[in-house]
Design a protein around this ligand. Structure first.
Ligand code: ADP
Ligand code: MG
Length: 327
């Protein structure tokens, strides 16, 4: 079984940032409103994610590390209407198969916390009492210590941290109601505080994307009976904006999908010039039954059943926004 987990790990966990992504998504699924992300040496040494979510019951702690164990999907039909971030039950099993992993959790309503430890190929999990407030901490040490080939593919700590910073920003953009604090080697690097009022939106957006982006950002907001899109798009010509600030989301899930990026760039370059690149943060909302997020293990890609309609909708929304703003 551990071999299968390590193979799955190859798909789900390609570098420290993908571990961070999976762990943050688990925290969000658990209803956390505050997530601390502590990284040492770009995540190659340790990744610790602590949340104040609902926690995991003692009896389910060891199970959480088992492959295809998910508490989020009970029936096959659920796969057609996925609303949680996770659903494959693959992340923790994969991560623990290529690291030394501590999972500590206290379930809401319980007075005690418990910890399990799993190391690489041995899934022999020992459980012992621990001190922890309600919520969960997952600590991943020595990522890829037992898969030297993958370890070699990691970049410098500095570069790996850049990826972690990026994925944290992406996710934090989709959840203004959650506080994210990112530390690297013991220093706080980012603090995205949860906002409780609409008027704090701007501040959080500046914190996430920078003043230059916000000053140039054009608001996008369109919907029809099947689709909605909202967010911001900005002209980057001549300004320093966070590199690769091209973030798209489908139903609040961050995407790494050329399909959407390509449409936006096309609409943009139609309006401006061939060489100009837009920066954007755009959220697409669509009926979960109209998409398949289960076709790639990273859940970073999505298949639209009616891709032509989606294409035209996004294109029109971006083109109209640009036209109105240049008029
Ligand atoms: P998935 O998210 O696809 O269900 P994972 O391997 O990521 O699978 O997690 C396995 C299970 O462990 C989840 O279904 C959930 O029950 C539990 N779990 C993981 N992380 C947390 C967390 N931070 N808080 C509460 N439960 C968690
Ligand atoms: Mg998960």
């Amino acid at each position: 079984p551990q071999l299968a987990n390590q193979i799955a790990a190859g798909e789900v966990v390609s570098r420290p940032a993908s571990v961070v992504k999976e762990l943050i998504e688990n925290s969000l699924d658990a209803g956390a409103t505050s997530i601390n992300i502590d990284i040492a040496q770009g995540g190659t040494k340790s990744i610790r994610i602590r949340d104040n979510g609902s926690g995991i019951p003692k009896e389910e702690l060891a199970l959480a590390l088992a492959r295809h164990a998910t508490s989020k999907i009970a029936r096959m039909e659920d796969l057609e209407r996925i609303t949680s971030m996770g659903f494959r039950g693959e992340a923790l099993a994969s991560i623990s198969s290529v690291s030394r992993l501590y999972l500590t959790s206290r379930m809401i309503g319980q007075s005690k916390a418990w910890q399990v430890y799993a190391e690489g190929s041995e899934l022999a999990v020992t459980i012992k009492p621990a001190a922890h407030p309600v919520g969960t901490t997952i600590e991943v040490l020595d990522l890829f210590y037992n898969t030297p080939a993958r370890r070699k593919f990691m970049s410098t700590a500095k570069t790996e941290f850049t990826y972690i910073d990026d994925i944290t920003r992406r996710i934090a953009l989709s959840r203004f109601d959650v506080t994210f604090i990112l530390q690297h080697n013991g220093k706080i690097v980012r603090q995205y505080r949860a906002i409780s009022h609409k008027y704090q939106h701007q501040r959080r957006l500046v914190g996430l994307c920078g003043q230059a982006f916000v000053e140039r950002a054009m608001g996008v907001s369109y919907h029809n009976s099947n689709l909605a899109i909202h967010g911001w798009i900005a002209n980057t010509a001549g300004v320093a904006i966070i590199p690769e600030l091209k973030y798209s989301y489908v139903n609040r899930r961050t995407m790494n999908d050329k399909f959407i990026t390509h449409i936006i760039r096309k609409a943009y370059q139609e309006q401006f010039t061939e060489t100009q690149q837009p920066a954007f943060v755009l959220f697409l909302e669509i009926d979960p039954q109209q998409i398949d997020v289960n076709f790639h293990p990273t859940k970073h890609k999505v298949r639209f059943y009616q891709d032509r309609l989606v294409h035209d909708f996004i294109y029109q929304a971006v083109a109209n926004t640009l036209k109105q703003n240049s008029a």
